[in-house]
Structure formats: structure tokens, C-alpha cells
Design a protein around this ligand. Structure first.
Ligand SMILES: [Fe+2]
Ligand SMILES: [Fe+2]
Length: 313
């Protein structure tokens, strides 16, 4: 552990740096704490699903979406630890602790959703109950993306180099948390609320305020996580420690897996606007990282859900 000595006399010996971005993010995370068990509207979602009375393929599309998000949150909860372990700066460690805690809360929300909404609704609609971990909900691209990310994260434990750190951030914070999660949440919003894009589906899905309430909280947390990852990658690139091409190549290599994950969600879903959204988001990330004059938006903007959309568009 390295102890940082502040240069100003009145802060001499203080270990935490209030001016560090990660300390600011940590403070913001604590301030915006929320409880996945207290998200409201899940009973409404259950009633609306039963009322909607969908055919099985449409219900499967919802289950596939929720299963992928739940499993995704579980994977990122498990895979962040190596980065926290190799991080020496206390401010960064504090932020990463809050991030692991938040990923665990996201996992908990999706688990709760399956138990309280999906399973009881399935039963009432006369469909078989399924497990959120059932193989039918995942495809090869999804599995490959998460396996590669796990490998990129655990590589830090044996070979902690600047390049490997950048690759870890590119897999975890940029490809998964930024591009995949934001695209998926955008897809959910478009399908299960009256906001988002009208081009994603013609199908009349039920409006699900409980799902959208949970996802709104999650997206806000993700704004902070992505901001942290982007700032770190940006630092390496702007200092010249790691070449920008590594970022470009890693993200471009992962884009087909991200696209493959959002293109087979349901029969009546149009993947084109989602793939376009993902690819725009990826280009915007690279721009902020590579451009010396660009800035990662301030934390209040990253966690504000409208701002988060605007900041990352
Ligand atoms: Fe998450
Ligand atoms: Fe996250």
C-alpha cells in the first residue's frame, strides 16, 4: 500500500485525496446508495405480464433479456476483484470497493426480478418455469465475450503491466459496462416503456415500471463505473504509456461479440438500431480517450440518467 503525503500543510499526512477523481466517485456512490430490495413496481410488472397474456416466444424474449443481464451482472461482480487486488492507490481501492458492492446489488436486483416477477407470471400464464442460468438463454458470442473478459481481468494477477491494465479496462469497463450494458438497457427501455427507440420492436410489449425503475438505478451506477474506466484508459493513452491502437484494436475485436449478444433477443426485435447504437457508443468512447482536448464528463452528469445518455451519445 502506498501512502500519499499531501503537499499542502493543512492536509499533511492525510491519506485520502479529496481531489482524486476516484475519491469523488466513491463519495458520490455512497451518497446515491439504493437498495435493490426496495425498488418499487415489481408487483405491477407481474400483473401486467399476466394481463398482457403473451405467446410463449414473446415471454421467452423477456426471459432471455433478463437472464442475460442477470448473468452479466453476476460475472462482473466476480471478475472485478483482480483489478481491486492489484490497485495500490487507496482512493482507487475505495472506488473499486464501491463498484464491486454495486455490481453485487445489480445481481441481486435481477435475481429478485426472476423470483418475484418472471417465475410467478410464467406459472400463471401456463408456461414452464425456467432457470435464469438455463443454456437456452445464452449464445456463443455472449459466452465468448464474458470468458475473454474474465481472462483479461485474471491476467492482472500474474502479469500486471500497463498494457494488460488497459486491456482489462477495455473489456470490462468499456466493452461490457459501457457498450453492451448501455445498449441492452436502451433496448429494454425501448421495448418495455414508452421511451427509447420506436424502431427496436413493433411488438406490443407490456410496460414494466418495476424493471425500468431497477434499470434506471443500475444505469446511474454504471455511469460512474464507465467514467472511472474511461479516465484510467485515457490517462495511460495521454501519458503515452500505452498506444491508442491497443484500445482501438481491443474494442473493435470485441464489437462483434457485443453485437451478437443483442441481435437474437426475440423474433420481433429489430437489431439494427441496437447495433448502430453500440457502434456509435464505441466510437464516442475511443474519441474521448484519444483526444487530448476531450474530457470525461463530470460525475453528476455521468450518474444523471438523461445526462448519462447525452454524455455518452
Ligand atoms: Fe452492473
Ligand atoms: Fe458496473
Amino acid at each position: 500500500m502506498s501512502i500519499q503525503v499531501m503537499s499542502t500543510d493543512d492536509r499533511l499526512g492525510m491519506q485520502l485525496d479529496d481531489d482524486a477523481l476516484s475519491q469523488e466517485y466513491f463519495t458520490n456512490a455512497v451518497y446515491r446508495h439504493w437498495d435493490p430490495g426496495a425498488i418499487e413496481g415489481l408487483d405491477t410488472d407481474h400483473d401486467r405480464l399476466v394481463e398482457w397474456n403473451p405467446e410463449e416466444p414473446a415471454f421467452e424474449a423477456l426471459r432471455r433479456t433478463v437472464a442475460r443481464f442477470g448473468a452479466g451482472e453476476e460475472s462482473v461482480t466476480e471478475d472485478l476483484m483482480p483489478l481491486a487486488q492489484v490497485t495500490e492507490d487507496i482512493n482507487d481501492q475505495m472506488f473499486l470497493s464501491s463498484q464491486i458492492y454495486e455490481e453485487a446489488k445489480h445481481t441481486k436486483f435481477f435475481d429478485r426480478y426472476w423470483r418475484e416477477v418472471i417465475d410467478p407470471a410464467a406459472e400463471e400464464l401456463g408456461f414452464e418455469r425456467t432457470a435464469p442460468t438455463a443454456e437456452q438463454y445464452f449464445n456463443a458470442q455472449y459466452n465468448e465475450l464474458f470468458e475473454r473478459t474474465e481472462a483479461a481481468m485474471s491476467r492482472l494477477l500474474t502479469e500486471d503491466t500497463p498494457r494488460n491494465r488497459v486491456e482489462a479496462y477495455c473489456h470490462y469497463h468499456l466493452a461490457i459496462e459501457s457498450v453492451l450494458a448501455q445498449t441492452g438497457y436502451y433496448g429494454i427501455q425501448s421495448s418495455f416503456s414508452d421511451s427509447g427507440s420506436d424502431e427496436v420492436t413493433d411488438e406490443q410489449f407490456a410496460e414494466l415500471p418495476g424493471l425500468v425503475n431497477g434499470i434506471t438505478k443500475i444505469r446511474s451506477d454504471e455511469g460512474r463505473h464507465v467514467g472511472f474506466g474511461m479516465s484510467k484508459v485515457r490517462e495511460y493513452v495521454q501519458e503515452g504509456t500505452v498506444d491508442e491502437a491497443i484500445v482501438q484494436d481491443t474494442l473493435q475485436e470485441l464489437l462483434p461479440f457485443v453485437a451478437g449478444t443483442v441481435t437474437d433477443l426475440g423474433e420481433n426485435m429489430n437489431p439494427d438500431p441496437l447495433v448502430e447504437y453500440a457502434s456509435d457508443k464505441l466510437s464516442r468512447r475511443i474519441e474521448i480517450i484519444a483526444d487530448a482536448d476531450a474530457d470525461v464528463p463530470p460525475v453528476d452528469e455521468l450518474v444523471d440518467i438523461d445526462g448519462a445518455v447525452a454524455a455518452s451519445d
